[in-house]
Design a protein around this ligand. Structure first.
Ligand SMILES: [Zn+2]
Ligand SMILES: [Zn+2]
Length: 640
């Protein structure tokens, strides 16, 4: 009875609303409406172009006739670039996003670290909101054993690839177990999630080449069996299945993933019921302007991985509320607000401004804006942006705030933004702060304590400000070295202009350590794939902030703080911030007693990394700047 009520609600929801069980009486013929079910198919490491662009000229590959049974939209891995949702294109964070409807800023999985998600999964939503039983069949067992380890009581059927018989592959095993369930007339599962791992394995073995092409027909055959079984159920029983498929990330041409290249980011979402999909599935939102890179911005206009969970729930009759904080919108049913992005315009000082932008479906008549679940504005249906003005007040005392904005239209579910961090407090006297630096080096020449080490000579280029020169470190000529001892157990802060002209691999930008291991004592700012991190170690443990974007050939202002009481670091690059705390690292002192520009503390790590960097206006503070001081310093440099 409960199920039938919900299904009736689902079909009526858009038109008539759904308030209580009596609405099932309004349905034309409830007993005959089919029971809705979902198969969510996850194919690990499947590049978009292999199955969704059937153009052998772009990526030569064998036919995948069963994947072609789906209608697809583009999608993207790695989150929204240059926001708090950006994350490595790795399996752990991606499956966590797919199975929670939220990004790394909420589920807190940042890499394949086997940490349980910090929030709740699709399975808990299913049980608590819809009383629907879910099954999780994971060829990569870590999905169940790690990321969903605290969700097990909400998973009614769990199958792990590691429990397969010895003579059977993980994918064969989970497919067989799902087929068993689908062939069972008595099956009580309403949602089945199945994860297939072998495409990813093939990608790692030899990239886009032979193994990938050999594996595709095998995985495609699995997909065919699953679709056939679903169609047989629909023919035999009064059931209506939505089958969605997606991937967690692609692969670089040589095989491998984790970075933010197009090949790693570009994935797809496929549906067996194109006629049920809404306008956001059929056509993308306009490109988001987050990176300035046309292709990446365009792809981020398509639905993200966080849309899967809200889509499953919406198909089964549940609309996302502000409390759910889903960061993707449903791709079935009436389209409300979607693609909600928040950006802090001034985020430190006595006041702060946050700009919220979004898209909305054609039928939207009114919209509510929620800040962390509290209604803060009601707008008409036409508006697509809003500014939140915040000031220190009784209800908002000085301090640091993490804010997420939900946009709830009168139709569709609520979609929630990325997290933005603001700091409210007394204004900082920035000139006095700069004057208090332990070491200040303009770097328009090498004077004072700083030395040039190497066979060549330093050169000076046009700096970020008119007329002021900057130090260029071409590693073939040498590097600059500042002799200094960082106090043990003390805070340390660094602030400087930086420009990357060229590099390969993951060289040190500024460092006092041997970066051949991240746990080695000391700190470094490694740069790789267009993004920089702040990382430190104490010989045993390490912290690594998320990587923030540093485009080639562009000056950026960097301020980073190591705080021994918070045990970790914070990195600011222009107006982006990333923190990594609570790692147990209380010191970033190294045996080398230097800070090196364009090299590690050991003096040798960058030798073969083709480093060509520029630096200007370097400041070192022998204490941890407060969040507000670091932000104010950034703003001063970026606006002056
Ligand atoms: Zn993966
Ligand atoms: Zn992989």
């Amino acid at each position: 009875m409960k199920f039938r009520t919900l299904i009736a609600c689902a079909t009526l929801l858009a038109a008539a609303g759904c308030h209580d069980s009596s609405s099932s009486e309004d349905a034309p013929s409830p007993p005959t409406s089919p029971k809705r079910k979902v198969l969510l198919l996850g194919v690990d490491g499947l590049m978009h172009d292999y199955v969704a662009t059937h153009d052998p000229a772009i990526t030569p590959h064998p036919d995948a006739p069963n994947f072609q049974r789906f209608t697809t939209t583009r999608s993207f891995s790695g989150g929204y670039l240059s926001t708090s949702t950006q994350v490595a294109t790795l399996s752990g964070p991606s499956w966590s996003t797919i199975l929670t409807g939220t990004y790394t800023d909420q589920h807190k999985v940042t890499k394949n670290n086997d940490q349980p998600i910090a929030n709740i999964s699709l399975f808990q939503h299913l049980q608590e909101k819809l009383h629907i039983r879910g099954g999780s069949y994971a060829s990569w067992s870590n999905i169940n054993t790690s990321y969903l380890s605290k969700q097990q009581r909400f998973i009614n059927q769990r199958v792990d690839g590691k429990d397969r018989p010895q003579d059977m592959g993980g994918d064969d095993y989970v497919v067989e177990r799902v087929l068993e369930e689908l062939n069972d007339e008595q099956s009580r599962l309403g949602v089945l999630f199945i994860h297939l791992d072998d495409m990813d394995g093939a990608g790692h073995s030899c990239g886009w080449g032979e193994c990938y092409s050999q594996q595709l027909p095998i995985t495609d055959a699995h997909v065919g069996k699953l679709l056939d079984a679903v169609e047989q159920r629909e023919a035999k029983f009064n059931e209506e299945w939505l089958v969605l498929y997606t991937s967690d990330h692609g692969h670089v041409e040589k095989g491998g993933h984790g970075g933010q290249s197009n090949a790693e980011r570009e994935i797809m979402i496929g549906s067996n019921r194109p006629e049920q999909m809404n306008a956001f599935f059929r056509q993308p939102a306009p490109p988001v302007s987050l990176t300035g890179d046309e292709r990446r911005d365009e792809w981020m206009g398509y639905p993200g991985q966080a849309s899967l969970t809200p889509t499953v729930l919406s198909w089964l009759g549940y609309q996302a509320t502000p409390e759910d904080q889903f960061q993707g919108s449903s791709l079935v049913g009436e389209l409300g607000a979607y693609k909600v992005l928040a950006k802090s315009e001034s985020d430190a000082g006595p006041t702060a401004r946050v700009h919220i932008s979004w898209q909305a479906g054609d039928n939207v008549k009114s919209q509510n804006i929620y800040r962390n679940g509290t209604l803060v504005a009601t707008l008409d249906g036409k508006q697509r942006e809003w500014i939140d003005e915040l000031a220190v007040s009784q209800s908002l005392p000085a301090g640091s705030y993490e804010l997420r904005y939900g946009v709830q239209a009168d139709v569709g579910g609520t979609t929630t933004s990325n997290t933005v961090t603001i700091i409210l407090g007394e204004p900082v006297d920035v000139p006095a702060l700069i004057g208090s630096a332990h070491t200040a080096l303009p770097l328009d020449q090498l004077d004072g304590a700083i030395q040039w080490l190497g066979s060549g000579t330093p050169s000076f280029t046009n700096g970020p400000h008119n007329g002021q020169k900057a130090l260029r470190v071409d590693r073939t000529q040498g590097y600059a070295s500042l002799p200094i001892t960082l106090g043990i157990g003390k805070g340390h802060s660094f602030s400087f202009w930086f420009k990357a002209n060229r590099y390969r691999s993951d060289p040190n930008v500024l460092s006092n350590k041997n970066w051949s291991s991240g746990t080695n004592p000391g700190f470094t700012f490694p740069i790789a794939d267009g993004a920089i991190k702040f990382q430190g170690g104490n010989g045993i443990k390490r912290f690594d902030t998320n990587a923030l974007s540093v485009p080639i050939g562009k000056w950026v202002r960097i301020t980073a703080v190591f705080d021994p009481t918070r045990q970790g670091g914070q990195l600011n690059v222009n107006d982006e911030t990333s923190s990594a705390f609570a790692s147990g690292v209380k010191s970033i002192t190294s045996p080398y007693k230097v800070i090196n520009f364009g090299e590690g503390g050991d003096g040798g790590y960058n030798l073969d990394k083709e480093v060509d960097f520029e630096f200007a206006d370097f400041l070192y503070f022998d204490r941890a700047l407060s969040d507000l001081e670091a932000k104010s310093l950034q703003q001063q440099y970026l606006t002056s």
